[in-house]
Write a protein that binds this ligand. Structure first.
Ligand code: 5GP
Ligand code: ZN
Length: 111
């Protein structure tokens, strides 16, 4: 069993509250939500962070970017949403499997 928590969620070994699944990407609820809607957009392939993306991932990267607004709309975030990607220890990344935070549904703190 891999020790990557997100790989284990994707494999169904740890429960996750999925709101979207396709061939390349899953989207599930963050376990400690920081907004009314707080989702994690996660590639099925284990890529550690933005810093490990290569040209091989260009299709995946484009898919994730375009999926964000589709998922946001499906969640009723018609007024907009926030995306956050933490990269590496210097960026505050806690789970070393690339993911995009998708937040919204109420007032968000200033950035
Ligand atoms: P990071 O700091 O790496 O950008 O964010 C990791 C996020 O993953 C955190 O917001 C944290 O709450 C979430 N998280 C950590 N473990 C789990 C888990 O087991 N299940 C879910 N759904 N989210 C998790
Ligand atoms: Zn992983």
């Amino acid at each position: 069993m891999t020790d990557c928590v997100f790989c284990n969620i994707i494999a169904g070994k740890i429960p996750g509250q999925f709101v979207h699944q396709d061939e390349q990407v899953v989207v599930f609820k963050d376990i400690h939500p920081k907004a009314r809607v707080h989702l994690l957009v996660v590639p099925r392939v284990h890529v550690e962070s933005l810093a490990e993306l290569t040209g091989q991932h260009d299709g995946l990267t484009a898919h994730m970017m375009r999926l964000l607004s589709q998922v946001a709309r499906a969640q009723g975030l018609d007024n907009g949403f926030r995306t956050v990607i933490n990269t590496g220890p210097g960026g505050g990344q806690e789970v070393p499997h690339l993911h995009i935070h998708l937040l919204g549904g109420g007032p968000l703190p200033g950035f």
